[in-house]
Each structure stands twice: as structure tokens, then as C-alpha cells.
Design a protein around this ligand. Structure first.
Ligand code: SAH
Ligand code: SF4
Length: 383
């Protein structure tokens, strides 16, 4: 895939004639910015609070900063949010925003309210190059004339949370999942920095248990992730063996189960009580047989696990159907009988193309009305 270069530690690395977007700086980024202009690093705390907690975008209003610093910041920095091009609200209360980025690309962000939590599903890339055969994001990427897939910047990821928080009641977002468009581990630096902004007490202050990165299985990046963060991990498994997984997730040919599972296990090793959430999309007659449930239970028997069964969300041109409800229940029972905590994800926002695997966004160069490759919520791993 094509991607933008990774962000460097010095915020001015990213200056290409334009100002630094403060929304994209985690604490370390703020410190580096301040030090580069001869300011004390402790001011990072004040800046984080202004930008992420008070969400003040006017530097002159940052009253506990000395005036010369405010002036300097206004010369060097900006605070920009993606433009909300469309907002759709599902009958079940799920809200999906289509966000237009500065370069014309678009991504989708979905908010799923539940009784005791509100989950924001954020995108990490515009489009996705992984080509999973059951995912609308992949299908839309392939269909897009320009076939552009690009990593979102930290600011574009954190900006999704800002956008949602601005429009929702105070405290509505309690959980964040990287289950929108894109493969988060192919955009590791920006995803890690955004996660830090989500969990930093001086920024959004969410518990690490309430921020979940979902991956299709980029094993080497998972190995690196371990040293960078300890947010929750969800892994899209979808098959109990390599032959089937190869068909569903082409990346499996590169990082098969014998490489992926140890990397997943290592990620949670020595962490306080944690387990991996395995996502398993229920595809009628493909991966939903009793024998496949038994194989799945066997595969995961030595890893602290929770299995989240996802009813397949259809999209135009999809080659799969969702397993019948009775089959999903039977599959869940087999796993539970073998000691695996198993949940079935409630499909939310399907009427607005906001369910898992339905998110399409509108890719640059693509004509017509976009639909989101989706993501999902309900019963999600976090929290
Ligand atoms: N790229 C990451 C995260 C985004 S997808 C990943 O693949 O994990 C979020 C979840 O939705 C993944 O588990 C993905 O496999 C699942 N998904 C994709 N298409 C789907 C569909 N059509 N129906 C249900 N779930 C789907
Ligand atoms: Fe990309 Fe995830 Fe969709 Fe696969 S399931 S194409 S990795 S967004």
C-alpha cells in the first residue's frame, strides 16, 4: 500500500509550509515543540489541557500562558478539525460522521451509544489495502478510481474524537475502538500517539482498558506495539486454520497463525489481568460449523481470550451471507462449553451503513455517494 511517511518526534518534521496541528501532539510531542522554541517542558501539561480538555482553539484565550508564548504559538501552530460533511443517525441511535480531510480524502467515524457506555469507532487510514474479502472498506478501496490508501495523521485520528465530543453530551464517549476504516498497525506511530492522547490524564484521560486497537494481524507491528503502549487488543481471527484464513484475510499468507498467535500472546504477557479479544465474523457455511468452533477453542486454549462473534454485515456486492442466528448461538455454545468467554456483537447502525465492515468513506477520486466500510460496536472488547 501507499502510505505517508511516519511522523517524526520533532513536530516540525511535519511542517511542510503549514503550521503544526496541536491536536496531533501527545505529551512527548508537546514537550518537543516547547523545547524547540526555548520553553519549559512542564507547559506541555497546560497545552494538553487547553487543547483536549477545554478544547480551546484560540491561542489568545490560553490565559495561563505568557503572552509572548501565545504569540509564538499562534505563529507556529494551528488547531484544525476535519470538516463534517455528513452526519447520519441510525434508528438505534448510532451516529456516523463522514469527515472530509484537508487533501480531499474522507473517512468515517461511528458513535455507538449503549446503556452503560458510549463507544467511538475511529478510522486509522483513508481506505484499506488489506483486501479482506468480507469487508466493504476493502471493496471500496479496490473500486476507487485512484486506489489511494493513506495513513491518517495523529491529528486526523484525534480530530475524530474532538468532532464527536463537540457534538455529543458531556461524557458520552467512554470507550474508543480502532475499528473504523483502515489497518491501525500499518499506521503504528500515529495510532500510538493518538492512543496516548486518548489515555493521558491531561488530555482525554480514558482508561487503557477502554481504548482498543483492532488488527487483522500485522505480526511484526504487534511485536513493536508491546513496547509502545498497553491499550487493549482485539484481533480479527475469523478462521480456525490457515487455509480458510488465507482466503478471508490475504495478510494471513504473510503472517500465518503460527506467527500471529505467539505475537498476540506476547502482547498481553506480564500485563495485569488482560486478555485478547478475538473477533470472528460469522459467515454462513464458510466458518460457522461445529467442527470449526471446536478447532477455534483448541487453537486458543493456552491464550487468555475472549471471543466476540460478529454477525456479518452485508454490503452491495458482498460474496457472503450472515450465519443464521441459531447457528451463531450454537457456535457460541460450543466455545463457552470449552471455557471460552464468548459474546455476540449486536449489530448497530446497519441502516446507515455504520456497522462493522460497512464503512466505505468516500475515497479521493471515487465518484458517487460513498458508504462507510464499517466498524462495529456493541459488545466490543474495551472496557
Ligand atoms: N482493520 C482492522 C480494524 C477495522 S475492521 C481489523 O480488520 O481488525 C473492524 C472489525 O470489523 C474487524 O474485526 C473486521 O474483521 C470486521 N469486519 C469487517 N467487515 C465486516 C463485515 N462485513 N461484517 C462484520 N464485521 C466485519
Ligand atoms: Fe482493512 Fe480491517 Fe477491512 Fe480487512 S477488515 S480490509 S484490515 S478494515
Amino acid at each position: 500500500m501507499r502510505s505517508v511517511r511516519a511522523e517524526g518526534r520533532n513536530p516540525f518534521d511535519r511542517l511542510s509550509g503549514s503550521a503544526v496541528d496541536l491536536i496531533g501532539l501527545d505529551r512527548a510531542g508537546m514537550v518537543s515543540l516547547l523545547e524547540s522554541i526555548g520553553e519549559k517542558r512542564f507547559r506541555a501539561r497546560q497545552l494538553l489541557k487547553w487543547v483536549h480538555q477545554r478544547r480551546i482553539h484560540d491561542f489568545q484565550a490560553m490565559t495561563d500562558l505568557a503572552k509572548p508564548l501565545r504569540v509564538r504559538l499562534s505563529e507556529l501552530c494551528r488547531v484544525d478539525l476535519p470538516r463534517v460533511e455528513a452526519e447520519e443517525v441510525s434508528a438505534d441511535g448510532t451516529t456516523k460522521w463522514l469527515l472530509r480531510l484537508a487533501d480531499g480524502n474522507a473517512v468515517e467515524t461511528v458513535f455507538i451509544p449503549e446503556a452503560k457506555r458510549g463507544t467511538l469507532c475511529v478510522s486509522s487510514q483513508a481506505g484499506c489495502a488489506m483486501g479482506c474479502t468480507f469487508c466493504a472498506t476493502a471493496a471500496a478501496t479496490t473500486a476507487a478510481a485512484a486506489r489511494v490508501v493513506r495513513n491518517l495523521s495523529t491529528a486526523e485520528i484525534a480530530g475524530q474524537l474532538h468532532t464527536a465530543v463537540q457534538r455529543l453530551p458531556e461524557g458520552a464517549v467512554t470507550n474508543i475502538v480502532f475499528m473504523g476504516m483502515g489497518e491501525p498497525l500499518l499506521n503504528l506511530n500515529a495510532v500510538v500517539a493518538a492512543s496516548r492522547i486518548f489515555t493521558d490524564d491531561d488530555a482525554f484521560g480514558l482508561s487503557k482498558r477502554r481504548v482498543t486497537i483492532s488488527t487483522s494481524g500485522v505480526a511484526p507491528a504487534l511485536e513493536r506495539l508491546r513496547g509502545l503502549t498497553d491499550v487493549s487488543l482485539a484481533v480479527s481471527l475469523h478462521a480456525p486454520d490457515n487455509a480458510l484464513r488465507d482466503r478471508l484475510i490475504p495478510l494471513n499468507r504473510k503472517y500465518p497463525l503460527e506467527r500471529l498467535l505467539p505475537a498476540c500472546d506476547a502482547y498481553i504477557r506480564d500485563k495485569h489481568p488482560r486478555r485478547i479479544t478475538w473477533e470472528y465474523v460469522m459467515l454462513d457455511g464458510v466458518n460457522d460449523a461445529d467442527e470449526q468452533a471446536r478447532r477455534l477453542a483448541k487453537l486458543l486454549r493456552n491464550i487468555p481470550s475472549k471471543v466476540n462473534l460478529i454477525p456479518f454485515n452485508p454490503f452491495p456486492g458482498a460474496a457472503f451471507r450472515c450465519s443464521p442466528e441459531s447457528r451463531i448461538r450454537r457456535f457460541a455454545d460450543i466455545l463457552a462449553e470449552r471455557g471460552l468467554t464468548t459474546t455476540v456483537r449486536s449489530s448497530r447502525g446497519g441502516d446507515i451503513g455504520g456497522a462493522c465492515g460497512q464503512l466505505v468513506g468516500r475515497l479521493q477520486g471515487e465518484g458517487g455517494k460513498g458508504r462507510c466500510g464499517e466498524r462495529d460496536r456493541g459488545g466490543i472488547a474495551a472496557g
